[in-house]
Design a protein around this ligand. Structure first.
Ligand code: F6R
Length: 609
């Protein structure tokens, strides 16, 4: 997730771009850059770190031009560095990009054979060279742009300009947002409307496949073949803060709603359907070593630890190997029996959590290899690990983790599939079957989000309760823990997650008619047993909220309230269940008037012990 911006008008584009990028910084902030046409020449300025570094550099050496593009980066391919920062140039073309190009390695190989030299580790640079390549063959930038985007696979919003045609910006999108704006003096493009609000409130949202041409005469939109398309203009009356949240009242809700797209991004370009295998090119540990791994460990904290627990169930059931899961703060001080030949998988959204980092260092000291499942590219954990599997979920602003969790679980699916194939536990046909299942997951999440109103009703019924219990079994036991954690951290209601079968060994004493029990009972081999646990709590008068599989009617008799997730494979149910519980917790907290994005006593990144 990055932010892109463009301006063509009468004023200095530099000021418009820098001020606009400030509004897009929430989309990424590991590096930033701009390009302007100064006296007919492309001039690029890029800086690592926050936008103020770019501002400083522009103060030291100013630029002037009335046409320009800008970018604020959230690294996916290549660490945060000046070289990897956008814009990227080739010949007399310069571009900025938000998204992931799945076929960039194939394009890169082809373009290198044509003599193009790559200076960055990004997928984006392949787009710049591709446009330059097509410009050699065709006459106009527009024709080259069209020919180039036809060859791209993946998700993108791209804006470009060219020295040969200085009075024009070109833009297109597929799977990433893009909005155009104009006033009597200038035309604008942006990843969202926030930067445009200072200039205009009349905007046009582009759709996938649209190609926008911005000139001093205004904006035109065509399809990829050049046929005109008419897109309605909208009037925006949001305030700037609401716009950053995509119109959502809180970042948490925005991030919950982003999950179908995020889960696709985690998968994108990371599998070979023919081989029935995950294609984890970006993991630098030689993946054959998994065959020789003596023992696997997973270490993480908080929500990431819950994702790790799902990973354990998954790996054990798919590849039949023992996996040990540990909390970071416990692992580092208990002299873990890690040895050379072991693989320790650390899981962290931030990549900066002190206990997880210390656990990774301890594991390395003991001779193990460390593979990290991390969101923030270039974070300390990512840098210090032997291999990294990035979750690519974009900046998570809400303190309560949502999209990071589901993308970590998705990363475990890919990893487990790959280990299963490498160790020949799964054959290509099994692998293809798994890939079909994984491709369906974003749709399951969409289904849950579509039924959000039912979760709002549940929240309205129960938000005044003081205690909750969450029960799950097998791979959904960690989801019970995660559901309880989400509720307690943002609503301040006491909630406990339990393995459903463990209830009668003590916690059942807590139950009465005032303690709602959330039972995770999707269809799986433990369904009957979970239903028996549901009956046990019901018999003690607890109000029961059951999360079941669509089409399951047997529960109607026993639960007070029911929410149905899509009927999916048992090992995939953690993701839709987690999203339903995130939404439930969110709406309970809102009804309790809590500042959801800033819950008391919590910090987003725990860099102390
Ligand atoms: C809960 C939450 C925390 C984090 C934990 C680890 O919503 O966000 O429990 O999961 O602090 O953080 P990372 O994943 O950054 O290591």
């Amino acid at each position: 997730m990055c932010g892109i911006l463009g301006y063509l008008g009468r004023d200095n584009a530099v000021d418009v771009l820098v001020n606009g990028l400030k509004r897009l910084e929430y989309r990424g902030y590991d590096s930033a850059g701009i390009a302007v046409l100064q006296q007919g020449r492309i001039e690029v300025r890029r800086s690592v770190g926050a936008l103020r570094n770019l501002e400083e550099s522009l103060k030291r050496e100013s630029l002037f031009g009335t046409t320009g593009i800008g970018h604020t980066r959230w690294a996916t391919h290549g660490k945060p560095s000046e070289q990897n920062a956008h814009p990227h140039c080739s010949g007399n073309v310069v571009i900025v990009h938000n998204g992931i190009i799945e076929n960039y390695l194939t394009l890169k190989q082809r373009l290198e054979n044509e003599g193009y030299v790559f200076e960055s580790e990004t997928d984006t640079e392949a787009i710049a060279h591709l446009f330059a390549f097509h410009m050699q063959e065709r006459r106009s930038f527009l024709q080259a742009f069209r020919a180039g985007i036809r060859e791209l696979r993946g998700s993108y919003a791209i804006a470009g300009m060219c020295e040969a045609e200085p009075d024009m910006l070109l833009v297109t999108r597929s799977g990433c947002p893009l909005v155009l704006g104009q006033n009597e003096n200038a035309v604008f493009l942006s990843s969202d409307v926030t930067p445009l609000l200072a200039h205009t409130r009349t905007v046009t949202f582009l759709e996938d496949g649209d190609l926008g041409t911005l000139t001093p005469r205004g904006v035109t939109v065509t399809d990829g073949e050049g046929r005109p398309i008419s897109r309605e203009t909208s009037h925006v009356d949001w305030n700037a803060e609401a716009v950053e949240k995509g119109g959502a009242p809180h970042f948490m809700l925005k991030e919950i709603h982003e999950q179908p797209e995020i889960l696709l991004d985690t998968l994108r370009g990371r599998y070979s359907y023919d081989a029935g295998d995950a294609d984890l090119l970006d993991v630098t540990i030689p993946l054959e070593t998994f065959r020789q791994v003596r023992r696997m460990w997973i270490v993480a904290c908080g929500t990431s630890w819950h994702a790790g627990m799902v990973g354990k169930y998954l790996l054990e059931s798919l590849i039949r190997r023992p996996v040990q899961v540990d909390i970071g703060s416990e692992f580092r001080y208990r002299e873990p029996l890690v040895q050379e030949g072991d693989l320790v998988i650390t899981v962290s959204q931030s990549g900066e959590t002190a206990d997880t980092l210390a656990a990774a260092r301890e594991a390395k000291r003991l001779g193990a290899r460390v593979l990290s499942i991390v969101n923030v590219v270039g974070s300390t954990l990512a840098r210090e690990s032997d291999g990294v599997l990035y979750t690519r979920c974009g900046p998570e602003i809400s303190v309560a983790s949502t999209k990071a969790f589901t993308s970590q679980v998705m990363a475990f699916y890919l990893f487990a599939l790959h280990v299963g194939r490498t160790c020949h536990v799964l054959n290509p046909e099994d692998g293809r079957w798994w890939l079909d299942q994984l491709a369906a997951v974003p749709g399951y999440v969409e289904h849950v989000i579509k039924h959000e109103a039912e979760l709002v009703s549940l929240a309205k019924r129960f938000y005044r309760k003081r205690n909750f219990i969450y029960l799950g079994r097998g791979i959904n036991f960690p989801i019970a823990l995660e559901g309880a954690l989400k509720l307690k951290e943002i609503s301040y209601i006491h909630a406990e997650g339990y393995a459903a079968g463990e209830m009668k060994h003590g916690p059942i004493a807590l139950i009465d008619e005032d303690v709602p029990v959330v039972v995770l009972a999707p269809r799986n081999q433990l369904y009957d047993k979970t239903l028996s646990n549901l009956m046990e709590v019901k018999a003690r008068n607890a109000p029961v909220i059951a999360l079941v599989s669509e089409g399951d009617h047997s529960r109607d008799v026993s639960a007070d309230c029911v929410f149905a997730i899509p009927d999916c494979h048992a090992l995939l149910s953690p993701i839709p269940l987690a999203v339903a519980l995130q939404l439930f917790a969110y709406h309970v907290a809102v009804l309790r008037n809590i500042d959801v994005d800033r819950p008391r006593n919590l910090a987003k990144s725990v860099t102390v012990e």
